[in-house]
Design a protein around this ligand. Structure first.
Ligand SMILES: *[C@@H]1O[C@H](CO)[C@@H](O)[C@H](O)[C@H]1NC(C)=O
Ligand SMILES: *[C@@H]1O[C@H](CO)[C@@H](O)[C@H](O)[C@H]1NC(C)=O
Length: 132
């Protein structure tokens, strides 16, 4: 009987966990606005999203759930003929309220620009760490 109660408790814990995760669903989209290609490589502590070459107007997107501890972090390396750099592209404590469901980034000749959800102006500009 004790183990039956434990099963019920476990069921509710798992259910709550999934409800919580469902609410924290995020998308990140990176668009290449340059005429030339950019190579990107995004990772978190647990996930490697691989190397992608984006030509003009191409985009790369992924979705994920912010973890229970609000420590989710994705960082991406960018390499283009204008410059290169590695930047935090989703950071829970910064972006949880900046973008409710979609975080948009544009790669431009002068660096990587971040937009709040539905914003027309960027609020973050990462200049290239190494200009070419
Ligand atoms: C840019 O990327 C496209 C698609 O991946 C590729 O076909 C093309 O050769 C690339 N151009 C350069 C200059 O690397
Ligand atoms: C952004 O725009 C979409 C489509 O118009 C809308 O559904 C969404 O609620 C908007 N998000 C915010 C945070 O205003």
């Amino acid at each position: 009987m004790g183990s039956n109660n434990n099963k019920h408790i476990l069921f509710f814990v798992v259910l709550l966990f999934f409800l919580f995760l469902g609410e924290a669903h995020k998308h990140v989209r990176i668009i290449n606005n340059m005429q030339s290609n950019v190579t990107i490589h995004c990772k978190s502590k647990d996930n490697d999203l691989g190397v992608h070459v984006l030509s003009h107007d191409d985009s790369f997107r992924w979705k994920f759930n912010v973890n229970f501890w609000q420590t989710t972090l994705f960082f991406c390396g960018f390499n283009s003929q204008h410059g290169r750099g590695v930047y935090d592209i989703f950071k829970a404590d910064r972006d949880q309220s900046r973008c409710l469901s979609l975080c948009l980034w544009e790669v431009q000749d002068n660096g990587v620009h971040g937009f709040k959800e539905n914003a027309t102006m960027d609020d973050i500009w990462f200049e290239w760490q190494n200009n070419k």
